[in-house]
Design a protein around this ligand. Structure first.
Ligand SMILES: [Fe+2]
Ligand SMILES: [Fe+2]
Length: 165
């Protein structure tokens, strides 16, 4: 597995996108929708944690010109956090489950598209290969300690930090 920071983050996005696609299929059962959303909640909790803890602050420090993008990302993640936290307590049979998931899919897809088409290229240009590898190692280490559910205290703390700091 690559230790390039951008490759690592792209792989996460790919996994999330595959689940989003499956959720949108017409033949997917309600039970399967529940499993998909549970997995999406877990993946996004980890992914948000490693971006908020490592990627965004490090890029902000190393490439101050990208600060506005980082601040926008914090806000987009914050919106997704709200939906993820609510979905984590819901059942697929709940009236608003599908609608909330659809809004999550739309907003997270927009954010991932922006990272992939706009932000990652800027970061790759600004940082050398070595720095991207060092950043990748930090991302992998953060993954090990990352919360897997929004109910875990470290998930809540990072959400609060991202908004108020
Ligand atoms: Fe992000
Ligand atoms: Fe991302």
């Amino acid at each position: 597995m690559s230790n390039d920071a951008i490759v690592i983050l792209r792989e996460d996005h790919k996994e999330v996108r595959a689940l989003f696609r499956e959720f949108r299929r017409k033949d997917v059962t309600q039970a399967r929708k529940g499993q998909i959303v549970a997995k999406v909640v877990e993946l996004l909790t980890v992914h948000t944690y490693i971006e908020n803890e490592v990627m965004y602050p490090e890029v902000r420090r190393l490439l101050p010109d990208l600060e506005d993008d980082v601040l926008e990302s914090y806000e987009e993640h914050h919106v997704a956090d709200v939906l993820v936290t609510e979905l984590s307590t819901m059942q697929p049979s709940d009236e608003r489950f599908d609608a909330k998931t659809t809004v999550l899919i739309e907003s997270v897809t927009h954010h991932m598209d922006e990272e992939e088409s706009d932000w990652f290229p800027k970061v790759r240009e600004g940082l050398g290969r070595t720095q991207l590898r060092e950043l990748g190692e930090k991302l992998l280490a953060a993954k090990e300690r990352a919360p897997r559910s929004p109910a875990q205290p470290s998930a809540l703390k990072k959400a609060v930090d991202a908004v108020v700091s």
